[in-house]
Design a protein around this ligand. Structure first.
Ligand SMILES: [Zn+2]
Ligand SMILES: [Zn+2]
Length: 102
């Protein structure tokens, strides 16, 4: 008997067999802008995140309701894809306005 279940695995087209993580559909469908990255679990064996719009819906629905699940439409990705999505959709730190070229 194992103390904990092994983390779920996924066969990723890009990265091969890896640990599974969960994101909302918007992160996968949106590549031309940042949708936000709200991490719900920082457990490396149980990564879950959704975008700002999902977070707003979650708060509005006050829980994991049917309406929220439909909106969120969670997708399973591999851990490498999750890291890539995190890098892509994390809001940029408030950068100082770029100075005009001197
Ligand atoms: Zn979302
Ligand atoms: Zn992957």
């Amino acid at each position: 008997m194992q103390p904990t279940d092994p983390p779920p695995r996924i066969d990723c087209d890009t990265h091969g067999r890896s640990i599974a993580a969960v994101v909302c559909c918007h992160m996968l469908q949106t590549s031309d802008r940042v949708v936000g990255f709200v991490e719900n679990s920082a457990d490396p064996d149980d990564l879950q995140a959704w975008c700002d719009a999902c977070e707003a819906t979650f708060l509005q629905e006050d829980g994991l309701t049917e309406a929220f699940r439909r909106f969120n439409d969670m997708k399973v990705v591999c851990r490498e894809c999750y890291a890539a999505l995190k890098a892509r959709h994390s809001p940029l730190p408030a950068a100082p306005e770029p100075e005009t070229d001197a």
